[in-house]
Design a protein around this ligand. Sequence first.
Ligand code: DQA
Length: 144
Amino acid sequence: TRILVLHGPNLNLLGMREPGHYGLATLAQINDRLQQMAQDAGAMLEDFQSNSETELINRVQQAKAEAVDFIIINPAAYTHTSVALRDALAAVAIPFIEVHLSNVFAREAFRHHSYFSDLAVGVISGLGAKGYELALEFALQHQA
Ligand code: DQA
């Protein structure tokens, strides 16, 4: 099983970025935990963060060639803006789960719409870093 975890813009700042919304865990801590879980399950996991829409799109396209089985993505602010990243996920047709650390529905109206949710297998929002672990648990069970 090959799993790709994608983190969108500003998530490199986790730990110091608005901790009331995003918690105190750093991205490295989140990724380490996911790597450990994947290793324990005998799966291959790659994580990638970028502040660039272009790089995220290219990484999704590359995933098709690599035969990635499942994508876990927090598109961050691109959730609410990026038709292009949505189209990339539709093009490769790799199942994905959309994760948000914060509960986007408890926040500003502009965060209530996602360009990804209708294509996603499921959406996890508001459970903090645990959301990534739950998404990975699902991906591991369903791609065994
Ligand atoms: C986020 C929510 C988005 O609205 C925001 O732009 C982010 C992070 C989250 O994980 O809660 O950057 O995706």
